[in-house]
Design a protein around this ligand. Structure first.
Ligand SMILES: Nc1ncnc2c1ncn2[C@@H]1O[C@H](COP(=O)(O)OP(=O)(O)OP(=O)(O)O)[C@@H](O)[C@H]1O
Ligand SMILES: [Mg+2]
Length: 419
């Protein structure tokens, strides 16, 4: 049997045991919590390192991507510059403010734009109203203009005929930014067309008129013959001048018909290898005496070569040009300074032979007409000289153009293919 003290002791012991157990549990929990917390801290610092490494990697990748994008952009810009520079077609990109944003080398060459020309206004830059008008029209209508052929005036250098296509330039939202103008040089095509047209029309003139001229010449020869038979000495003095007039007129008309038949006759070239220098020297010899008699001279200079051609006809062509030059100087009472100068064009594989004089020159408006048969401003000219020159040159697959001579007068430029 336990005493009350004994019960109290047992109770007290129980309480102490409960307290110790609670305390031990608390200590154990605390230790575990502390361990957990230490482990968590260690784990936390590992995450940060991984995160920053990943960030660094991402930044490096981004920088590499940026470098690659910049290099690609630079390469593509370089490529588009190279494409624009290598285009054989001319390219002009105009902005809405009339400024020229792109003008490639081919366009500069075709339009004969010098380096350093101001690019702030395409109208001023192009100079030619017909050309700026197509760009204006495209900007106003916002519609493309396809393959318009534009003729540029002679004497400005560059192309003489351009095929022009203009398209509106818009941003992604359809907002108009300007116009893209593409030019193709049609000069060579037009020259070939012109050569063909001339050959055809010369052949047609020949066929149509040679027969009539032939009959005419026979009739004239008969009249001239009868005129000669009239014995001047046996007729009254008052009639003699009439008969002399008939003789002189029929003779000169006969000469005109012969010249015309010469011109109209179908061109038949007797081809051989021709030394151009010799041809020009001989042509110069034909008129030198006349030039010297007027106190001047005819000089042959430059670089010549051989072509396949008709020596007689070529000499006749250059003689006619040189005779005209001397006559033009004489008509203006100037001492003839006449030059024949040849330049070899290895690119076009041709010879450019220029006949320059110091005469009065030829008005711009008359430059096409002087090649027409019977166009003459001379009292005793037939007007067939240049028509024949043109025919001879065209049948040698060449061209002849007129410009102004640095000597002050006319300049006839003959281009003959070397092959
Ligand atoms: N070098 C020149 N300078 C100035 N005018 C020229 C020159 N060459 C030709 N012409 C002009 O062109 C016209 C036509 O020349 P073209 O040679 O065809 O005939 P022409 O000389 O008048 O006559 P033809 O040759 O039959 O004697 C000339 O009348 C002249 O007015
Ligand atoms: Mg003449």
């Amino acid at each position: 049997m336990l005493t009350p003290d004994g019960y109290a002791l047992i109770g007290l012991t129980g309480i102490v045991a409960v307290l110790v157990a609670t305390l031990t549990f608390a200590v154990l929990r605390f230790g575990a919590a502390a361990r957990d917390s230490r482990q968590r801290t260690r784990a936390g610092s590992g995450d940060t390192a991984i995160l920053s490494a990943a960030l660094e990697e991402a930044v490096a990748k981004l920088k590499a991507q940026e470098r690659a994008t910049a290099a690609r952009a630079e390469a593509s810009e370089r490529l588009s510059d190279q494409i624009i520079a290598s285009l054989t077609a001319g390219l002009l990109v105009a902005g809405l403010n009339c400024g020229v944003r792109i003008l490639n080398p081919a366009a500069r060459r075709m339009l004969s734009v010098p380096d350093g020309a101001p690019l702030d206004d395409y109208r001023q830059l192009l100079g030619e109203p017909a050309l700026s008008a197509v760009i204006d029209q495209c900007l106003t209508t916002r519609a493309p203009i396809l393959r318009r052929v534009i003729h540029l005036p002679e004497g400005r250098g560059g192309a003489s005929h351009l095929g022009v296509t203009v398209s509106p330039l818009s941003d992604g939202a359809g907002e108009l930014l300007g116009a893209i103008c593409l030019f193709t040089d049609l000069t060579a095509v037009k020259q070939l067309e012109e050569q063909l047209r001339l050959k055809e029309s010369l052949a047609a003139v020949g066929e149509l008129t040679a027969g009539i001229a032939h009959e005419f010449r026979n009739g004239l020869a008969t009249i001239h013959g009868y005129g000669k038979l009239l014995a001047l000495k046996e007729m009254p003095e008052t009639y003699r001048p009439y008969v002399e007039g008939i003789r002189a007129e029929t003779e000169s008309l006969g000469q005109i018909v012969v010249n015309f038949l010469n011109f109209a006759r179908p061109a038949q070239l007797t081809l051989s290898q021709v030394e151009l220098r010799e041809v020009c020297e001989r042509a110069a010899d034909d008129v030198r005496a006349e030039a010297r008699a007027l106190g001047g001279d005819v000089t042959v200079l430059g670089e010549f070569g051989q072509i396949e051609g008709d020596e007689v006809l070529l000499r006749q062509a250059f003689s006619n040009l040189l005779r005209n030059a001397v006559e033009a100087c004489a008509g203006a009472s100037r001492r003839p300074v006449v030059t024949v100068e040849s330049v070899v064009d290895p690119v076009q594989r041709s010879f450019r032979i220029t006949v320059n004089d110091n005469g009065p020159g030829i008005e711009l408006t008359a430059r096409d007409r002087v090649f027409q048969p019977f166009f003459t401003l001379k009292r005793d000219g037939t007007g067939l000289g240049l028509a024949l020159v043109q025919k001879i040159i065209v049948f040698h697959n060449g061209r002849i153009t007129i410009g102004s001579s640095p000597l002050g007068g006319a300049s006839f430029q003959v281009i003959l293919p070397s092959v």
